[in-house]
Design a protein around this ligand. Structure first.
Ligand code: PLP
Length: 387
């Protein structure tokens, strides 16, 4: 047990992400009644502040669940038994869409492509000839660190099968990437509190287009989006929400809204680019070849280095929580998250820990090379405020 009082626990995993103190403090107020005018104002203000991060004029609903709950809500409200759906599977979260759809008796066709790649638009276009009821995909496939080209995919769907609903899991994408739901013609976008928004886990958000709302037929009691919408538009949530988390979300969104979606995305883009340069200078390879996510960086690590306990050193000696690979990628990659309320200096701490741990595991590189590349990129391209 590491009881060194000077070591802070640091999160570099893609959820939960670091939570600012002001947000964490807001969550502990247990004196708020959810059937009150005060709470209703806070809830509505949260929905209004969330909307720009979705790129929609339709106010997102706030649900009490993790991100997967919002995924299930999308399926349970839009898919009827026997509906044919197309699922883009380039990683673990794509696979989850397939399982949820089948649990709700959809006939799911899976378009599998290599983990670490993004879908071929030509292939997608030809699969759409079957005119599925809906296409399910991720904006960021968090298991591989790939950001799919959502706008281009929307374009292909609109051209090849205009009536198909496009349903996007933006759990790890929102705030790190701009989302323009209305402009791109996306029908459903959903996200969660513990990723880009820097709020503890337990809330999810979902926005539907007008077209999608017309097709809603709720098949879940708890995730009845019609009931939820009618309540949230009138005087509160259908059931008792995670009140403290809504208060925390309100605090977090005030920080984010001042900065705005474009600058938030730019912040994450710069951190991501600096992180990629750093790990390459550490003589490691990036796992995806292109379409890099702004939210996290997936890195191939030689198996000898992994076997010497890289992740254990980071976690048990440095108290730094990085994510490993999942399923087939277990023991082959590490995932470095720069999502949530993380600044360039926070990420520098993680990368310095990674360098020392790599050195301890006998990885061949020049210690300090990663930090140098990182600091060069940040000092040249990070937009620090001018005083
Ligand atoms: C984290 C994540 C989810 C949701 O996971 P929960 O553990 O249910 O919050 C869904 N999709 C993606 C792409 C994610 O990164």
């Amino acid at each position: 047990m590491n009881r060194n009082p000077f070591l802070n626990t640091r999160l570099f995993c893609p959820g939960p992400t670091p939570v600012p103190l002001s947000t964490a403090i807001a969550a502990v107020d247990a004196s708020v009644y959810h059937r009150s005018e005060d709470f209703y104002k806070i809830l509505t203000s949260c929905r209004q502040m969330l909307a720009p991060f979705f790129g929609t004029k339709h106010l997102p609903l706030i649900l009490t669940s993790s991100g997967t709950g919002a995924m299930e809500a999308a399926v349970a409200n839009l898919i009827q038994p026997g509906d044919s759906v197309l699922v883009l599977v380039g990683g673990k979260f794509g696979a989850r869409w397939g399982s949820i759809a089948e649990r709700y008796q959809a006939v799911a066709q899976r378009y599998h492509f290599n983990w670490g790649e993004s879908p071929s638009l030509n292939e997608l276009s030809s699969l759409l000839k079957q005119k599925p009821k809906a296409v399910f995909l991720q904006a960021n496939e968090t298991s591989t660190g790939v950001a799919y080209p959502v706008a281009a995919i929307a374009d292909v769907i609109r051209k090849a099968s205009p009536d198909t609903l496009m349903i996007v899991d933006g759990v790890s994408s929102l705030v790190a990437h701009e989302m323009r739901m209305d402009e791109w013609g996306i029908d459903v976008v959903l996200s969660g509190s513990q990723k880009g928004f820097g709020v503890p886990a337990g809330l999810s958000f979902i926005a539907l287009s007008e077209r999608a709302w017309k097709q809603v037929k709720p098949r879940s009691y708890y995730f009845d989006l019609v009931k939820e919408r009618d309540n949230q538009n009138k005087d509160g949530t259908a059931y008792t929400p995670a009140i403290g988390l809504v208060l925390a979300l309100h605090q977090a969104l005030q920080l984010l809204q001042d900065f705005g979606p474009a600058r938030c995305a730019q912040h994450h883009e710069t951190l991501a680019r600096a992180c990629r340069k750093a790990v390459q200078a550490m003589n490691l390879s990036l796992f995806p070849r292109d379409h890099f996510s702004n939210a996290l960086t997936a890195v191939e690590v030689p198996s000898a280095v992994m076997q010497r306990g890289l992740m254990k050193i980071l976690k048990n000696q440095f108290k730094m929580i990085f994510a490993g690979g999942q399923d087939d990628l277990k023991g082959k990659i590490i995932r470095i998250s720069h999502l949530g309320l993380m600044d360039p200096f926070d990420l520098a701490a993680g990368l310095s820990g990674l360098e020392i741990a790599l050195q301890m595991c006998g990885h061949s590189f020049k210690m300090g090379a990663g930090m140098t590349a990182y600091l060069e990129e940040i000092s040249q391209n990070y937009q620090f405020p001018r005083l």
